[in-house]
Design a protein around this ligand. Structure first.
Ligand SMILES: *[C@@H]1O[C@H](CO)[C@@H](O)[C@H](O)[C@H]1NC(C)=O
Ligand SMILES: *[C@@H]1O[C@H](CO)[C@@H](O)[C@H](O)[C@H]1NC(C)=O
Ligand SMILES: *[C@@H]1O[C@H](CO)[C@@H](O)[C@H](O)[C@H]1NC(C)=O
Ligand SMILES: *[C@@H]1O[C@H](CO)[C@@H](O)[C@H](O)[C@H]1NC(C)=O
Ligand SMILES: *[C@@H]1O[C@H](CO)[C@@H](O)[C@H](O)[C@H]1NC(C)=O
Ligand SMILES: *[C@@H]1O[C@H](CO)[C@@H](O)[C@H](O)[C@H]1NC(C)=O
Ligand SMILES: *[C@@H]1O[C@H](CO)[C@@H](O)[C@H](O)[C@H]1NC(C)=O
Length: 500
C-alpha cells in the first residue's frame, strides 16, 4: 500500500513521453537503499547462529574431554590398585600373579580401544552434523547473497512494457521491507535449539558409550582380583588405599574404598602418557577456538565487503541505466516536439505520422537491446556472486574442518598415548602456522578479484548500452533527414535538444 502511494507521488516528476519508463528507474532507486541493510541484517543473524554453534561445539569438545579424563583416571586408579596389590603379595604364586598382571594390563588396553571407539563415534556425529549445518546455512546464505535486483528486467522492455517491471520492483520492495522473508530471529532460535539438542544427543551417546566401556573394564578387573585371591592365593591388603576411615569388612567394600581413594588423588602414576594426552588436548582447545573464531570473523568481514561491493555495483548500474534511458527519452521527446512544432500547411502530416510511428518502434527496439544488456550483466553478476560466496563457504568449511577429536583415531589412550600426543603437537603447530595472516591474505585476493569482476561487468554493461545508444543516435539522424527531405519539415524550428 505504502509503495503505491510513493509511486503516485513520483508521477509528477516523470517525463511527458514515457512516464512508466521513468517510474522503473525511480522505483529501482528506492529499492537499492533497502537492499543492503536487509542483506546485512540477515547476514548478522546467520553469523550469530554460526558463532553460537561454534561455541556450543567448543563446549562439547571440552565436555567430552572432561568426561574422558574422568574415566581415564578411574581406569588408571583401578589398574594402580591391582598393581599395588600384586606388588605386596609375598606368599602368592608369582607365575600366576604375573598372568594376572598381564591380564589386567590387557583389560586396560581394551578399555583404551573402547574409549577410542566412543570418541570416533562422537567425532563422526559431529562431522555429520557440521556438514548438515553448513549445508543448511549455505542455503540461507545463497538466498541472501543472490537476492537479485537486476532480474526484474528479464523478458521485459523498459520502454515498451515498463509496468510488469514496476510490479516486480514493488514486490521486491515489499519483500525487502519485510525482511522476515529472508531469515528471522525465530528461525535463528530454532536452529540454535537444534544445534543444542544435537550436541546434547552426541554428548549423551558418548557418555553412554563410555559407561558401557568402563563397565566392561570393571568386569575384567573384578575377574582379575578374583583370580588373584581364588587361584593365585593372594591375600588382598587393606592397607592399599587406606586412610578414608572406612571399614574393610568385605572385599567388595574394600575394593570400592580403595578405588574411591585412588580417584580422589587423581593419580596418573601408572600411565603418564594418558595424562599427557588429556592435558595436551585441553591445552589446545583454546587455541583451536581462537583460530576458528578469528577466521570466522574475517569471513564475516569478507561477506560484508562483498555486500558493499554488490550494493555499490547496483547503484552504479542504475545510474548508468538512468543516463542511457534518459538519453533515449530525451531524444524521442525532442523529435516529437520538432514534429509537433511543424506548420501542417508546409510539412506533410501523414508523412510525419509515419516517422513518429517508426520512432516509437525504434525506441521499443532499443528497449530490447537495453534488456539484453542488463540480462547479461545480471547473469554475470549471479555467477560471480555464487563463486565469491561459494569461496567464502569453502573457506568456512575448511575452518570448521580443523577437527580435534580425530587425534584419537587409530590410537589408544592407554596403549599408544605417545602417538596421540604427537598428533596433538602436530595440530598445535598447524594452528600456529596457519595463523590468520594467510587466510587474511587469501581473502584480500578474493575481494579484490570480486571487485575486479564487478568492474568488468559494469564496463561490459556500459559498452553494451553505448552500442545500443549509438545505434539510436544514428537512427535519429536518419529520422531528422526523413522529416526534412521527405516530409518537408523545417529542422531549425526545433526546440533545443534536451538530452544533448
Ligand atoms: C546460544 O544461544 C542461546 C540462545 O540464544 C544462548 O542461551 C546460549 O547461551 C548460546 N550459547 C553459546 C555457547 O553461545
Ligand atoms: C510480509 O509479512 C507479512 C506478515 O509477516 C506477510 O503476511 C506477508 O505475506 C509478507 N510479504 C512478503 C512479500 O513476504
Ligand atoms: C503556415 O504556413 C502558411 C503558408 O506558408 C502561412 O500562411 C501560415 O501563416 C503559417 N502558420 C503558422 C502558424 O506559422
Ligand atoms: C508506441 O507503440 C505502442 C505499441 O507498440 C503503442 O501502444 C503506443 O501508444 C505508441 N506510442 C506512441 C507515442 O505512438
Ligand atoms: C565472473 O563472470 C564472468 C562472466 O560470466 C566470468 O567470465 C568470470 O569467470 C566470472 N568470475 C568468476 C570468479 O567466477
Ligand atoms: C595449514 O595449511 C597447510 C597448507 O597451507 C594445509 O596443508 C594444512 O592442512 C593447514 N592446516 C590447518 C590446520 O588448516
Ligand atoms: C603468523 O605468520 C607470520 C608470517 O606468515 C609470522 O611472522 C608470525 O610469527 C605467525 N604468527 C604466529 C602466532 O605463528
Amino acid at each position: 500500500m505504502k509503495s503505491i502511494i510513493v509511486l503516485v507521488a513520483i508521477v509528477g516528476i516523470a517525463a511527458a513521453g514515457r512516464p512508466d519508463t521513468e517510474r522503473v528507474i525511480t522505483t529501482f532507486k528506492q529499492i537499492a537503499p533497502l537492499y543492503k541493510p536487509t542483506i546485512q541484517e540477515a547476514q548478522t543473524i546467520i553469523n550469530a547462529i554460526k558463532s553460537n554453534a561454534t561455541n556450543q561445539l567448543a563446549e562439547l569438545h571440552l565436555a567430552i574431554i572432561g568426561k574422558k579424563e574422568g574415566y581415564v583416571q578411574q581406569v588408571i586408579g583401578r589398574e594402580d590398585y591391582i598393581l599395588q596389590q600384586i606388588s605386596t603379595q609375598r606368599s602368592a604364586d608369582q607365575v600366576c600373579m604375573s598372568f594376572v598382571r598381564t591380564s589386567s594390563e590387557m583389560n586396560v588396553n581394551l578399555a583404551g580401544v573402547s574409549f577410542t571407539n566412543c570418541i570416533n563415534a562422537a567425532d563422526e556425529a559431529i562431522k555429520t552434523k557440521l556438514e548438515e549445518y553448513y549445508g543448511y546455512m549455505g542455503d540461507y546464505e545463497q538466498k541472501v547473497s543472490l537476492l537479485r535486483l537486476l532480474d526484474v528486467f528479464q523478458g521485459q522492455n523498459v520502454f515498451h512494457s515498463p509496468q510488469p517491471i514496476i510490479a516486480r520492483l514493488n514486490a521486491k520492495m515489499e519483500a525487502l521491507r519485510n525482511s522476515s522473508s529472508l531469515i528471522t530471529e525465530n528461525d535463528a532460535q530454532f536452529m540454535i535449539n537444534q544445534v543444542r539438542n544435537d550436541m546434547q544427543t552426541i554428548q549423551l551417546a558418548y557418555s553412554n558409550c563410555m559407561g558401557v566401556a568402563y563397565g566392561l573394564l570393571g568386569q575384567g578387573l573384578n575377574m582379575c582380583e578374583m583370580q588373584m585371591t581364588m587361584i593365585c592365593g593372594a591375600v588382598l591388603s587393606c592397607d592399599i588405599g587406606k586412610g578414608m576411615g572406612n571399614s574393610c569388612a568385605d572385599v567388595n567394600m574394600k575394593l570400592l574404598v580403595c578405588v574411591v581413594l585412588l580417584l580422589a588423588g587423581g593419580s596418573y602414576a601408572g600411565r603418564p602418557g594418558a595424562q599427557e594426552v588429556i592435558e595436551k588436548f585441553r591445552a589446545i582447545v583454546p587455541g583451536y577456538l581462537a583460530a576458528m573464531g578469528k577466521d570466522q570473523q574475517q569471513l564475516v568481514t569478507l561477506e560484508r565487503q562483498g555486500t558493499d561491493a554488490i550494493a555499490q555495483f547496483h547503484s552504479d548500474i542504475m545510474l548508468a541505466k538512468e543516463t542511457f534511458v534518459l538519453s533515449i527519452t530525451g531524444q524521442e521527446d525532442t523529435l516529437i516536439g520538432l514534429i509537433n512544432a511543424q506548420n501542417r500547411s508546409i510539412a506533410d502530416g501523414q508523412c510525419m505520422q509515419f516517422v513518429s510511428t517508426a520512432l516509437n518502434e525504434t525506441v521499443n527496439v532499443i528497449g530490447v537491446a537495453y534488456t539484453k544488456c542488463i540480462n547479461a550483466a545480471d547473469e554475470s553478476l549471479s555467477s560471480n556472486i555464487s563463486s565469491y560466496y561459494g569461496t567464502i563457504g569453502e573457506l568456512e568449511q575448511a575452518v570448521v574442518d580443523v577437527r580435534l577429536l580425530d587425534v584419537f583415531r587409530g590410537d589408544n589412550v592407554f596403549y599408544t598415548p605417545d602417538s596421540i600426543v604427537a598428533k596433538l603437537r602436530q595440530k598445535e603447530s598447524e594452528l600456529n602456522a596457519n595463523n590468520s595472516t594467510t587466510v587474511a591474505g587469501e581473502m584480500r585476493e578474493e575481494i579484490a578479484a570480486f571487485q575486479a569482476d564487478l568492474a568488468k561487468i559494469r564496463e561490459r554493461y556500459i559498452g553494451c548500452m553505448t552500442v545500443a545508444e549509438m545505434s539510436f543516435r544514428s537512427y535519429m539522424e536518419l529520422a531528422r533527414q526523413q522529416l526534412a527531405v521527405i516530409c518537408g519539415a523545417l529542422l531549425e524550428n526545433a526546440p533545443n535538444d534536451v538530452a544533448a
